[in-house]
Design a protein around this ligand. Sequence first.
Ligand code: HEM
Length: 147
Amino acid sequence: MTSRSAVIERARPAAELPLDHDGVDRASMGKLVRAFYAKVRNDERLGPIFAREITGDWEPHLEKMTDFWCSVILKSGDYHGRPVPAHLKLGDVTEADFDIWLALFRETASELFAPEIAAVFVERAERIAASLKLAMFFRLDPAAGRR
Ligand code: HEM
């Protein structure tokens, strides 16, 4: 039998090299994160979910997400969190919400980076989103959710 963790393991990206490119650094990553979450907070569907979860200062979340993207893109090792449990507890998030998240992310990345750089960000985001969706929504038994 295929376990959920085995499925997630297979979806995990292979080791990648850091992206070495002028202008792709912590400062530009911070701008991306801030511009992206400004859109998220204005979105009629995602805004209320984040507003409910992040009730105080947004700065720690923005710094954590900057660490996350520096780790993903620059392999900086700055991020030490665990994304899967953070999303598993968001009971009302649907797969369609991930399409909204990715559309806003795609839009923001292409506003801030050259197309070939934006494409790297988007491709990583899409793969991580796919892993998160597997963890959140994949069920071996299609009837399990209805019991
Ligand atoms: C509809 C889609 C999504 C929703 C509604 C969502 C929502 C959230 C919320 C509410 C938090 C907790 C914030 C906090 O308390 O600090 C969070 C954390 C996080 N999210 Fe998402 N998220 C989504 C998709 C994604 C995607 C696609 C990625 C990556 C590409 C991602 C990466 C992260 C990371 C790294 C954290 C920090 C986890 C930790 O270490 O605590 N999220 N997200």
